[in-house]
Every structure is written in C-alpha cells, then in structure tokens.
Ligand binder design. Structure first.
Ligand code: PHE
Length: 342
C-alpha cells in the first residue's frame, strides 16, 4: 500500500507539471481527489481492508499526500489566476485609460464669446495697460477730483498719479486719442479695486468694455446693440430692462438688467426679490470726454458700455461664488470641458 501511495505521488507530480489552465487544474483535482474514483480517494477507501498495523502506516502516508496535493492545487490555482489577470491587462484591444486634456477656463470662454460677438459687428479688439495714470482712469473720463472712486480706500495707488486701473474705460480714451472717428472698439482685461474677497467681490477682476463713436450715433443704437448682445449671451432670459443711472463719463447713462431666469421676473432670493439681475452700465459718451480727446461733440456722438466678466460668467453658468474662478480646483474647471467640446 505504501508503494501505491508513492506511485500516486509521482503520478501527481507529473500531471501537475502539465496543467495549463483552470480547466486542467479541475480535471487534476477530480483525477486524484474525486469523490468516486479519485486515485487517492480510492486508496483512502481501501485502508479498511488492511490490518490495523498496516493501516496506521499507510493511512498516515496517504493522508499526508492528500494534504500535500490540496496545498499544491491551491497554490497552482493562485498562480493561474495571477496569470489570467496579467493577460487581461495586456489585452491590446481594450480602450486605453482616459487622458485628461486641458481646456479653456470659463472666464476665457465667456471673454472669447463676448469679444467674438462684437467683432462680428465690426468692433475692433483693443488693449490698454493695467497700470494707469490718474488722468486716463479718472480725469479724462470727466470724473471730478472729489469723486469717491478716487479715494485711497477704493483704488490701489502705486505712486501719486499712478494706479492700478479700476475699470477698462481708460482704454476708450487711449483709443480715441489715437484714432479719428468712426471708432468701434471693445476691450477686455484685469481691473483692480480695494474690495475684500468674498462670494461676489474680488480685488482683481475682469471687465469687458465697448465704445462706438460715429456721426449720428444715438441712444437707439445703444439700446439695439445691447439688447441684441444680451439676447445672444443670455438666451434663457426673456426680458432686458434699461433704468436711468449715473456715470461721470456718459450722459444719459443707464444700467441694464435681464429678467431673472430663476423666477421668471417674479422675484426670488437669487435676484434680491427684484425679478431682475443687473448686468452692465452704459450711456452716451459725455461731450466733455469727446472734447478731451479732440473730437467735436457738436458733430460726433457715441455710446459706451462696461461690465464685469466674472458676473456674466456666474449668471450664464449658475456659478455661486466668484472665488471658484481663481482657486483652480480641477473638479470645478473640468465641468466646462463639455462647453469647449474636448
Ligand atoms: N466703467 C463703468 C464701471 O466700471 C462701467 C461703464 C462703462 C459705464 C462704460 C458706462 C460706460 O462701472
């Protein structure tokens, strides 16, 4: 009997070396440990015909082999599983892992959209410096010496007479000084104000500004173009509202709002219960401003408008906090991937 056990051990060793896959492994298990005719099972079964003395020796031997076979089968099973996994990860027909590509920032998207709209209407893109003189930022824009915006608490002064521009309107002056009418221009860039950072204010922000100066330009042109623009940028809003306002460099001036798409103009918490969201400031260029750049206000008229880029993007995309634009949290930015179409 002891020899028989040895024979089975050898047979198992040989057969084990030939196993290629899970199926072969299962066949091997059945061949040696199968309940009915397993080679070792049969031996264990036949132990009972032996004398007690022989049974003790052969029984111990056979049981040791059974344990051994079980361990070897399990270890081979694990090896085969590992191999299978390796084969799966090497499957060249599977799609590769997603590579996250970069895309435009939401502020860039809105900026390009706005500038593009006016370029198609014949407006030219112009740029101006972020470090400005008090003359371009205030004086040339008919802003009186005691105007509160000039206050040290509102504007960042770098040295007497030199400051970080508080709006993009000085670009109007720089362009008109350089060019003869007709002028149709837009500009966009960073502006600075001494505001504490909170959900709706940032000391650094962006403005978008436009100017059209040409013989015969009147308020109807301003109203028509602004309405056309707002319908394009906010296609979900049903109404545009012009209300009287004041800016030193335009007369008359207006503030323009769109109906709140959240409550359809009925009033809710996102529009401060007014039913409208303020979007921009605009007006007919003040005669004194035209005079300052050497244009004749009796001959030439024009309109100008300006707005915060962040505010436009926040309303357009339903962004609740201005700080999200600057924190570069990839989870926030990645949401705009669809809009860019990458
Ligand atoms: N510059 C103004 C502001 O910063 C906006 C504006 C621009 C108003 C042009 C009228 C005309 O609030």
């Amino acid at each position: 009997m002891v020899e028989k056990v040895e024979e089975v051990r050898k047979g198992f060793e040989k057969a084990l070396a030939e196993v290629q896959d899970g199926e072969g492994l299962e066949a091997l298990r059945i061949r040696f440990l199968g309940r009915k005719n397993g080679l070792l099972t049969t031996i264990l079964h036949n132990l009972k015909i032996l004398s007690p003395e022989e049974r003790r020796v052969a029984g111990a031997d056979a049981n040791r082999l059974k344990k051994e076979i079980e361990i070897r089968l399990e270890s081979l099973e694990n090896t085969l599983k590992g191999k299978e996994k390796e084969e799966v990860s090497l499957d060249l027909t599977l799609p590769g892992p997603e590579i996250r590509t970069g895309h435009l920032h939401p502020l860039t998207l809105v900026s390009q959209d706005m500038v593009g709209f006016f370029e198609r209407l014949g407006f030219q893109f112009q740029e101006g410096p972020e470090i400005e003189t008090e003359y371009y930022n205030f004086d040339a824009l008919n802003t009186p010496a005691d105007h509160p915006a000039r206050d040290l608490h509102d504007t960042f002064y770098l040295s007497p007479g030199v400051l970080l521009r508080s709006h993009t309107s000085p670009v109007q002056i720089r362009v008109m000084e350089k060019e003869k009418p007709p002028v149709r221009m837009v500009t966009l860039g960073r502006c600075y104000r001494r505001d504490a950072l909170d959900a709706s204010h940032s000391p650094v922000f962006h403005q978008f500004e436009g100017l059209m100066v040409e013989k015969g330009t009147n308020f109807t042109h301003l109203k028509g173009i602004i309405t056309y623009f707002l319908e394009y940028i906010f296609p979900f809003s049903s109404q545009t509202r012009f209300t009287p306002a004041f800016f030193p460099f335009t007369e008359p001036s207006a503030e323009v709002s769109i109906s709140c798409s959240n409550c359809q103009g009925k009033g809710c918490s996102s529009c401060g219960h007014t039913g409208f969201l303020e979007i921009l400031g605009c007006g007919m260029v003040h005669p004194k401003v035209l005079q300052k750049v050497g244009y004749n206000p009796a001959e030439i008229t024009g309109f100008a408008f300006g707005m915060g880029v962040e505010r436009i993007a926040m309303i357009k995309y339903g962004i609740p906090d201005i700080r999200l634009f600057y924190e570069n949290d990839i989870r926030f930015l990645h949401q705009f991937r669809e809009i860019v179409g990458v």
